[in-house]
Design a protein. Structure first.
Length: 77
C-alpha cells in the first residue's frame, strides 16, 4: 500500500501498488490532467517522490507541480 498523502496523520489515503501506477500513468488528456482527486494526489506523490530522490531537477519539478495543481484547481471552477 502506498500512502499518497504522507503528511496527513488523520486522513491518510492509501492505494495499492497496481492502482497507484494506473493513476500515475493515466494520460489521456495529458499527464497534468486528472479525472479524480485520487489521481491528482497520486501524481503529486509520484512527482514529489521523484524530486526527493533526485530524479528531476528543481526547475522541472516546480513547473510540473504547478501545472498539475493549477490544472486540477481550474477544473473545479
Amino acid at each position: 500500500m502506498i500512502n499518497i498523502t504522507p503528511h496527513s496523520i488523520d486522513h491518510p489515503i492509501l492505494v495499492d501498488d497496481e492502482e497507484y501506477y494506473q493513476l500515475v500513468y493515466r494520460k489521456e488528456k495529458g499527464w497534468s490532467h486528472c479525472e479524480s482527486r485520487k489521481e491528482c494526489l497520486a501524481k503529486l506523490h509520484y512527482l514529489r517522490d521523484g524530486f526527493a530522490l533526485g530524479k528531476i531537477d528543481e526547475t522541472s519539478f516546480r513547473e510540473r507541480e504547478a501545472k498539475l495543481v493549477l490544472t486540477w484547481w481550474m477544473q473545479g471552477l
